[in-house]
Design a protein around this ligand. Structure first.
Ligand code: F6P
Length: 483
């Protein structure tokens, strides 16, 4: 990398881009004009342009499930009927937000949002990132079946001033419904007359919600063609719109739409999600890096690595291609990460001196999210930049213990500010990068059959039907739950 900087003084200009309040710096990677050309040829061979067109026009690209991928329709891009439908549903969501604000469900101060995976991570990420602390409602997002997650919320919230949001695309997910039943029981125990009257359901299966006992006026449907991990733009974002305000939610959609247009229209050598995918493919396939780490130098975005884990690993962690043939190379890199500066004092040892090469993504925000002394934010950001510089520069020493090989790649994303628009653009960037990677691999990123077998096994154990289990699992079960 050092040589690349020496031979091309304009490297930073050529490999950094600005879009929607986000500066993307790819210069501390091994990408150069030759590689960029090669990857553009690969993209051409893999039909990336046609696939982007198919995605953005609502064609059936989720082949295994025989449907389009309509998350962009929530932001105004897709088949006209899907966009129209998404707008109508959004108006319903807006109406319900206004009604609850006006007291339709009584005096509400607390929201318990129940959901898991894509029905929780997006809303929780947005709430953590954008809440200012002066909101009208206190909202808890509860995903885990572990009662340690729910119980403290029940202890803190006043049941009489609480509403429940059940977020589940399929309206069948075991964790979400056990938690829902426990919250309803708690409300009843606390003397709430009609807990069902305080439930809002967010789902692609509205009939199932009606059957469960929820009034239609409080069911906010979304299209089954919006994937779970792509769903925060749909009614799954309801708790965000209610807690932070509908304007913030609209900003989020507008920010994402700006990134959508860019992804749709920009030539590949200027297309930010596509260039990010080229870097991913280079490190994953050619340099054999099996993981990629992302560190947010911003506490407000501490959930982003988890969100990206689901987005990328559930989308592209597959061994089969869209045409049913086995994939003959690495699928998604293993995405991991944490928060800076904390991670520097925990895992960065391996990044600087370990035998694995881990491409790193750094993310920081120029405008601080607090009013403490400027040295906090200066320290935060300069640590971020310093780590990236050290990974690249290294420091060769005769003492092997103190030798830093350097030449370790990173990408830096620098946001002007953390607001709805910028965050919308950022999350849309990640979606499109995931899609571009899938297209380059020939994978369908919109199904997730790999999650089913474990659910089936757990259900078999729960129902006591564990005849087929191996001796190790039987022993564990008997030790935890002796007969
Ligand atoms: O089990 C995986 C998964 O289906 C994810 O794809 C999804 O985001 C999550 O579970 C929650 O599913 P649902 O929204 O249907 O409850």
């Amino acid at each position: 990398m050092k040589a690349l900087f020496e031979t091309d003084p304009k490297r930073v200009d050529k490999l950094s881009f600005e879009k929607s309040g986000i500066y993307f710096d790819f210069s501390k990677t091994h990408m150069d004009s030759g590689l960029l050309e090669d990857f553009q040829k690969l993209a051409h061979d893999k039909g990336l342009s046609d696939q982007i067109k198919a995605l953005t026009t609502g064609a059936i690209i989720n082949i295994s499930e025989d449907r389009p991928a309509e998350h962009m329709a929530e932001r105004g891009i897709g088949a006209p009927t899907s966009v129209e439908n998404a707008n109508l549903l959004k108006n319903r969501m807006q109406g319900l937000v206004q009604a609850i604000d006006a007291g339709a469900l009584g005096d509400i101060e607390y929201i318990i949002h129940l959901g898991i995976g894509g029905s929780a991570l997006g809303p929780e990420l947005l709430l953590q990132a954008l809440k200012l602390g002066d909101e009208k409602y206190e909202t808890a997002v509860i995903s885990n079946i572990d009662g340690c997650a729910l119980e403290p919320v029940m202890e803190r919230f006043d049941a009489h001033k609480t509403m429940i949001v059940i977020a589940s695309k399929s309206f069948t997910t075991a964790e979400t419904f056990l938690n829902a039943r426990s919250v309803i029981d708690w409300m009843k125990e606390q003397g709430v007359a009609d807990p069902f009257g305080k439930i809002v359901a967010l789902t692609a299966m509205p009939e199932a919600a009606v059957e469960w006992g929820i009034d239609e006026s409080r069911i906010l449907p979304f299209s089954p063609a919006v994937g779970g991990r792509y769903s925060l733009w749909s009614s799954i974002g309801f708790s965000v719109a209610l807690t932070l305000g509908i304007e913030v939610f609209e900003d989020l959609l507008a920010g994402a739409a700006a990134m959508d247009q860019h992804f749709k229209d920009a030539p590949f050598d200027q297309n930010i999600p596509v260039i990010a995918a080229f870097c991913d493919q280079y490190y994953n396939q050619i340099r054999d890096c099996e993981t990629r780490a992302m560190f947010t130098y911003d506490e407000r975005l501490r959930l982003l690595p988890d969100y990206l884990q689901q987005l990328e690993m559930e989308s592209n962690g597959k061994s089969v291609m869209a045409d049913g043939k086995p994939l003959d190379r690495h699928s998604s890199p293993i995405v991991w990460g944490g928060v800076g500066t904390d991670a520097q004092h925990a895992v960065f040892q391996l990044l600087h001196q370990g035998t694995h090469i881990v491409p790193v993504e750094f993310l920081a925000v120029i405008e601080p999210g607090h009013s403490l002394a400027a040295e906090h934010h200066q320290g935060l950001l300069l640590n971020c930049f310093g780590q990236a510089a050290a990974l690249m520069a290294g420091n060769i020493s005769d003492d092997n213990n103190r030798n830093y090989p350097g030449d370790r790649p990173s990408v830096t994303l620098l946001l002007d500010d953390l607001d709805g628009r910028t965050l919308g653009a950022l999350l849309a960037f990640y979606e499109h990068r995931t899609f571009a990677n899938a297209a380059l691999l020939g994978i369908n990123p919109f199904d997730q059959f790999g999650v089913e077998l474990g659910k089936e096994m757990a259900n078999a154990l729960l129902s006591g039907d564990s005849n087929q289990m191996d001796p190790s699992t039987e022993t564990l079960k008997n030790r935890a739950f002796p007969a």
